[in-house]
Design a protein around this ligand. Structure first.
Ligand SMILES: Nc1ncnc2c1ncn2[C@@H]1O[C@H](COP(=O)(O)OP(=O)(O)O)[C@@H](O)[C@H]1O
Ligand code: SF4
Ligand SMILES: [Mg+2]
Length: 425
């Protein structure tokens, strides 16, 4: 019966069609302070992200911790409301995706279709499975909520699902703690499959598992995709997993997509220095483990005040004067130098690119002035400086204007947001 249901549904699904489209999506979290809990800023967790997921494909989403992968996944799965931007989902209305397919504006019945067709599997299955719930209730709940089955039919449907993930009837009446981590993840996958979705968002689904168990779960996901014609949004910080699983790869940095394209292209011919650094830092599993690995220097800047221009410019080893240097780069520099930072009395900002920094004494001002003209700051930043004046206790600085750094086409579905290689540079 299950096979028949699946083949009917598969016949309606056309591989390659866009199933979900994310357009200029933002999710900002307010930062509240004080007794009145007034909003003093926003964490820009997802800040203008666009990409598509096609039917039956796996899109790998990679990036360092904190870059917004989980927040983006939750928006895609409808578990949190974006601050702005659009998510379009093909509920079978016919025709190309458009404004009528916005999940926040579609009629109730089509919204239900979207929700049942988009499921999520979390990294932490201890948190996502209710410890007091039997397996049959956990996997059966979506079927009950959507009035798909009840009574003995529901039991048989749950048994079918358990068998599809390598478990069986004997597991129906057990609690989550009676299973291993890998088995619990199989239960989460069975629950996600219950309504026969078209898309599963997998947020680090194997990160908490031992390597051998990881491989089993990846194989299971691979087999399920082939049989059910599923699309996956596969979130991971492990590039070797993406390489094996994803048709296309999207790299995120500080709430933005910096590169996307066919996985082969990303791994063989990455254009963005951040993707290149990730690849160097986390080589393929097949690589020789005795070879030293390069890592990225510095830390990810605060997502409440992301750098201007290219957000990676504070860490980029090949940054140019056109990458978005700004007054905040000097503030970050000062924050790293305790003595100078303590004697900073004020930053009179005219724009993001121009300010006067006043210090407690002339010596401190002269020290900053000297530092900004020396190799203590990257050459690209010095070259981007149009004005650098010392005036008593004040250093006046102005950076040159630069263009926004956005994704540009690099051919064959490959896009990167970097001034290098853009328009023949
Ligand atoms: N509910 C929340 N409230 C405030 N900030 C949040 C919340 N959820 C996530 N963040 C912040 O948003 C940024 C992105 O987080 P997340 O999406 O979890 O990234 P990732 O999954 O890539 O590690 C981080 O700076 C995180 O601290
Ligand atoms: S635009 Fe390119 S070169 Fe410039 S900082 Fe960003 S990644 Fe580096
Ligand atoms: Mg996460």
């Amino acid at each position: 019966m299950m096979q028949q249901r699946l083949s009917e549904k598969s016949a309606q699904r056309k591989a390659g069609d866009t199933l979900l489209s994310v357009r200029n999506l933002c999710k900002h979290f307010p930062i509240r302070e004080g007794i009145l809990q007034s909003t003093v800023g926003h964490v820009r967790a997802v800040d203008g992200v666009s990409f598509d997921i096609r039917r039956g494909e796996t899109v790998g989403l990679v990036g360092e911790s904190g870059c917004g992968k989980t927040t983006l996944s939750q928006c895609v799965a409808g578990l949190t409301t974006p601050t702005s931007g659009e998510i379009l989902f093909d509920t079978g209305r016919g025709g190309p995706l458009g404004q009528e397919d916005r999940i926040d504006a579609m009629p109730r019945d089509r919204y239900r279709t979207y929700r049942r067709n988009t499921q999520m599997v979390f990294q932490d299955n201890f948190a996502s499975l209710n410890p007091r719930e039997l397996v049959i209730d956990c996997i059966g709940r979506p079927l009950r909520v959507y009035n798909e089955a009840s009574g003995s039919e529901l039991t048989e449907r749950v048994v079918e699902l358990l068998e599809q993930v390598g478990l069986g009837r004997q597991h129906l009446y057990r609690y989550p703690h009676q299973f291993s981590g890998g088995q619990r993840q199989r239960i989460s996958i069975a629950r996600a499959l219950a309504l026969d979705p078209e898309l599963i968002v997998l947020d680090e689904p194997t990160s908490a598992l031992d390597v051998s168990v990881q491989a089993q779960i990846l194989n299971l996901l691979w087999d399920l995709q082939k049989h059910r014609h599923l699309a996956y949004l596969f979130v991971t910080h492990d590039l070797s997993v993406v390489r094996h699983m994803a048709d296309r790869t999207v790299t995120m940095y500080l709430g933005r997509v910096v590169e996307q394209g066919p996985t082969e292209t990303i791994f063989g011919n990455a254009a963005h220095p951040y993707t290149k650094a990730l690849l160097a830092a986390k080589p393929d599993l097949d690589d020789d483990p005795s070879v030293p690995i390069a890592t990225l220097e510095g830390v990810v800047p605060d997502p409440a005040r992301p750098p201007k221009g290219c957000r990676f410019h504070t860490r980029c080893p090949v940054a140019t004067p056109d990458c978005g240097w700004e007054v905040d780069d000097i503030v970050r520099l000062l924050e790293a130098d305790e003595t100078l930072f303590q004697s900073l009395q004020g930053v009179a900002r005219k724009t993001d690119l121009e300010a006067g920094l006043t210090f407690a004494d002339e010596t401190a001002a002269a020290a900053l002035h000297a530092a900004l003209g020396s190799d203590r700051v990257p050459l690209a930043m010095r070259t981007a400086t149009e004005t650098l004046d010392l005036n008593g206790k004040t250093v006046n600085i102005r950076f040159r204007e630069t263009e926004e750094v956005s994704l540009t086409d690099r051919g064959e579905g490959h896009q990167a947001a970097c001034v290098l290689g853009r328009g023949g540079q």
